[in-house]
Ligand binder design. Structure first.
Ligand code: PEP
Ligand code: MN
Length: 304
């Protein structure tokens, strides 16, 4: 029986010819294309750590968290100015004011900023303030938005749709590549599966990391915060992602001051700057021990 729309990894050379290893032999079977955001190198010598609040809520909160993540050793700052919320009655982000706060936090800390753009009409505005544009899970298949982001001239963090297959995800990346933009970093952020809501927010699909690496040369990072939804799981998920060969992590962090306001968004998955420091220490020490103790990349052949 043939099914309309059914694809598998054998179709990737047709779906994403600019990204598939089979159609781009210059990257061989294992090489990664380095994507640079300022001095930060995704797919470079060491995994990149992006950290910051879920949402930009105020100047004070963002500067405090930005300073803290910088102090913990993060490479880049995250924070949403435009938030795609399940309820239209929940905090939707500060918009343009949030972008200005992120710019200020970046200027003060020296950390480049990634932030989500949720609407085609906002791409130019977000590109003016951010060093990297994030396409969120809910918008991975919003192709007009993905194309517009591809045209903005900035590197793109393309999150995996929470119900997207590997082929659909790489197909979305091809929309960006078609605009002449190969500065794409992929991000696994958990998929919809049985445990949703029972003991975790999503199922963090670490299996996809080596699978992505087998099919394309684009760097791939992992979001252990949205992937678990539980702050106590974030450190373990981060370590596991690194062991799976992820080129980096994007992690939500909140202030650990006892009198700090509770985050208005995703409070249950935020970790403290101290936990972030431990994760980064793990990456750095593992990195030093790597030649004798670990082989990060292994050969993966997709089953079809
Ligand atoms: C985020 O990173 O702020 C976010 C909303 O994540 P996702 O799109 O993966 O849900
Ligand atoms: Mn969040």
């Amino acid at each position: 029986m043939r099914i309309a729309g059914k694809v598998n990894v054998n179709d990737l050379p047709r779906i994403c010819p600019l990204l598939s290893r089979k159609t781009t032999p210059r990257y061989g079977e294992t090489q990664t294309r380095v994507v640079e955001v300022g001095k930060v190198r995704f797919g470079g010598e060491r995994p990149v750590v992006i950290a910051g609040p879920c949402a930009v809520e105020s100047c004070e909160q963002t500067l405090e968290v930005a300073r803290a993540v910088k102090g913990s050793g993060a490479d880049m700052l995250r924070g949403g100015a435009y938030k795609p919320r399940t309820s239209p009655h929940d905090f939707q982000g500060l918009g343009l004011e949030g972008l200005k706060i992120l710019r200020e936090a970046s200027r003060e800390t020296g950390l480049p900023v990634v932030t989500e753009v949720t609407d085609t009409r906002l791409v130019e505005q977000v590109a003016e303030y951010a060093d990297m544009l994030q396409v969120g899970s809910r918008n991975m298949q919003n192709y007009p938005l993905v194309v517009e982001v591809g045209r903005c001239g900035k590197p793109v963090l393309l999150k995996r749709g929470m119900a997207a297959s590997l082929c659909e995800w790489l197909g979305a990346a091809q929309y960006i590549a078609n605009e002449g933009n190969l500065e794409i970093v992929l991000c696994e952020r958990g998929i919809k599966a049985y445990p949703n809501g029972e003991y975790a927010r999503c199922s963090l699909d670490l299996n996809v990391v080596p699978a992505v690496q087998a099919e394309t040369f684009l760097p791939v990072i992992v979001d252990p915060s949205h992937g678990t939804g539980v702050s106590a799981m974030v450190e373990g998920a981060s370590r596991a992602a690194i062991e799976f060969g992820a080129h980096g992590l994007i992690i939500e962090v909140a202030s650990d001051r006892v009198d700090a306001a509770k985050p208005r968004c995703d409070a249950a998955q935020a970790i403290s700057p101290r936990t972030l420091r431990r994760i980064i220490h793990f990456i750095n020490t593992r990195q030093e021990g790597e030649p004798e103790t670990h082989t990060t990349r292994w050969t993966y052949s997709a089953a079809v």
